[in-house]
Design a protein around this ligand. Structure first.
Ligand code: NAD
Length: 303
């Protein structure tokens, strides 16, 4: 197996002043990447800010002989996103890798969710990923190389009690990553999603006895692989936690075709629901065209 190296690569890791992002930044820098360590340094709910969070990680990297700069801009505005990419361009001349990791939590049951809790969470996770990734994508397209990781969550892809704002933002990131994978393909830009599970300040009240086995360092290898040249995959989602790594995917089952001229009623759907739901023979579409391909085959069978 060849070593995975990042010499001559420039990486941006958002929210890298602590938790998971810090472990990604340290691993990439140890493998030769020049890293922009971005972190607003706020509290878990997004309030406040402290420039020392990113700076401390930069000092850790430099103490081990690595190259890094700190960025304290918020991902949550277009100006902040542009400033993070500009920082990479000014210090290192390009951007090869973006790990969208910054995040906050404002958990409430849906009935009690306020507009503020919705806006704050969508802004940091979902819009923040747009604001950082768009200027970076333009640079990568020009250079013919790029790697994105977007941080979703099992709460986003599977659902979790009390996390409607967070779950919506996190599943939105899967949609964003899939489109970048498609739009970036010609320029050798790959985009994938991580659903991490780790004991950090974000999960300190949630994981119970599992926390001891879920160090953030156990997620980093998957993320580092996904942003490396060794990774041939794009448009995929991976779960990682406690040293278990697993693909997550959205499948399309063969379903039930009623026939071209069948007048289908709700009762017919009820009668065929088992076939409509049957998981045998599913495919994993890589774009809308894949489903259109399936549909045109089915329709052809009737002609
Ligand atoms: N820990 C888990 O089990 C888990 C599970 C699923 C998803 N995630 C996701 O992983 C990511 C990292 O979370 P973590 O667990 O390391 O928590 P964390 O709170 O330690 O890390 C999040 C970091 O993002 C920074 N941040 C927040 N708002 C920012 C902004 N506007 N601009 C720049 N930085 C900002 C914070 O200061 C913090 O350092 C988050 O996106 C989180 O939603 C974590």
């Amino acid at each position: 197996m060849t070593d995975i190296s990042f010499s001559d690569r420039v990486a941006i890791v958002t929210g890298a002043g602590g938790g998971l992002g810090r472990t990604y930044a340290l691993d990439l820098a140890a493998r030769g990447a020049s890293v922009v360590v971005n972190d607003l340094g706020g509290a878990k709910d997004g309030s406040g800010g402290d420039a020392s969070a990113a700076q401390k990680v930069v000092e850790e990297i430099e103490a081990k002989g690595g190259r890094a700069i700190a960025s304290h801009d918020s991902v949550g505005t277009p100006e902040g996103g542009q400033a993070i990419v500009d920082a990479a361009m000014n210090a290192f001349g390009k951007v090869d890798i973006v790990i969208n990791n910054a995040g906050i939590l404002r958990d409430r049951t849906f009935a009690k969710l306020s507009v503020d809790d919705l806006e704050a969470v969508l802004t940091v996770h979902l819009k923040g990923a747009f604001y950082v990734s768009q200027p970076a994508f333009r640079v990568m397209k020009e250079n013919g190389y790029g790697r994105f990781v977007f941080t979703s969550s099992n709460a986003g892809v599977f659902g979790n009690f009390g996390q409607s704002n967070y779950g919506a933002a996190k599943s939105g990131l899967v949609g964003l990553s899939n489109v970048l994978a498609i739009e970036g393909a010609k320029a050798n830009i790959k985009s994938n999603v991580i659903c991490p599970m780790a004991a950090t300040r974000m999960t300190e009240d949630l994981l119970g006895p599992l926390a001891d086995s879920l160090q953030p360092e156990c997620v980093a290898p998957m993320v580092v692989y996904l942003v490396s040249e060794a990774c041939e995959y794009t448009h995929e989602v991976f779960s990682a936690g406690g040293n278990r790594f697993a693909r997550v995917f959205t499948g399309l089952v063969p379903g039930w075709y009623a026939g071209k001229d069948a007048g289908v009623s709700a009762e017919d759907i009820a009668a065929n629901i088992d076939r409509i739901r049957d998981e045998q023979g599913y495919i994993v579409p890589m774009s809308v065209s894949d489903e259109i391909g399936v549909l045109s085959e089915v329709l052809k069978s009737d002609r």
